[in-house]
Design a protein around this ligand. Structure first.
Ligand code: CDP
Ligand code: CDP
Length: 223
């Protein structure tokens, strides 16, 4: 029988992490856990409550009174905050623009990382984020750092928006993505960085299936 391993996928926005992690999880019959959704959920609730996003104590107080639940679904993962399904609203441009500021607080990360580790206990998970291989699942059997050129990542996000009927410009998206990459990579608490034992996968010129196959092959080697 295949081993119940942990697969950690990190990388910048638009690299293809969630799309490919979902496919890999489905093929292996593992659970997919999108950790970015948790940071987005906290950001969404803080914005709704008009909490200053630079006030780490206020954010921590809010989080301690918040119930975040992840539910695997056929479409990947649903996110509930205090019993309300926020899976779509946490993808708004407003949340996207603010999430890196919230995710920079060490105290918020500590709480969410503990939840993520609990969810992954026992293995058979594919988890994606920014610090999975370096902090959350440091013993993961397979670690992948996925990237693509910033131009390609902006082009993909633009196509995503088109499909959802949202207007956007590739140039603007490229600036936004580059800013988020910078904030995520330069923060003090668990910055986005490739783990020394992670495999680098550049998806710029790969189709979704090619990228998923590459990870499935790597997984087979350690199962
Ligand atoms: O899907 P996309 O790449 O746009 O972002 P996401 O995975 O939903 O993550 C949103 C934001 O949450 C990132 O830009 C990071 O600021 C933060 N994040 C993090 O700090 N650590 C993680 N493990 C996951 C996300
Ligand atoms: O999770 P992350 O932000 O890394 O990226 P994503 O949301 O999974 O992917 C962004 C978009 O790029 C999605 O529409 C994917 O279908 C697309 N994509 C692609 O066209 N080719 C790839 N090799 C990977 C993703």
């Amino acid at each position: 029988m295949a081993k119940q391993i942990q697969i950690a996928i990190d990388g910048p926005a638009g690299a293809g992490k969630s799309t490919i992690a979902k496919i890999v999880a489905e093929k292996l019959n593992f659970t997919y856990i999108d950790t970015g959704a948790m940071y987005r959920a906290v950001t969404h609730k803080a914005m709704q409550q008009n909490i200053q996003l630079d006030d780490s104590d206020a954010l921590e107080n809010m989080l301690s009174a918040t119930k975040i639940e992840l539910q695997p679904s056929t479409n990947g993962q649903l996110v509930y905050v205090d019993g309300v399904n926020v899976s779509d609203v946490i993808r708004s441009n407003e949340v996207t623009a603010n999430v890196s500021q919230v995710a920079a607080h060490a105290n918020i990360r500590e709480v969410l990382v503990a939840m993520q580790q609990q969810l992954a206990a026992g293995g058979a998970v594919v988890m994606d984020g920014r610090d999975i291989a370096t902090h959350v699942l440091i013993d993961a059997e397979l670690k992948v750092f996925m990237s693509a050129s910033v131009e390609e990542r902006a082009r993909r996000r633009h196509l995503d928006n088109e499909r959802r009927g949202i207007e956007s410009s590739i140039e603007r998206l490229q600036e936004e993505i580059a800013l988020r990459d910078k904030l995520d990579s330069e923060r003090e608490a668990s910055p986005l960085i490739q783990a020394v034992d992670a495999v680098y996968l550049d998806t710029t010129n790969l189709t979704i299936d090619e990228a998923a196959d590459a990870i499935l092959k790597l997984a087979q080697d350690v199962m």
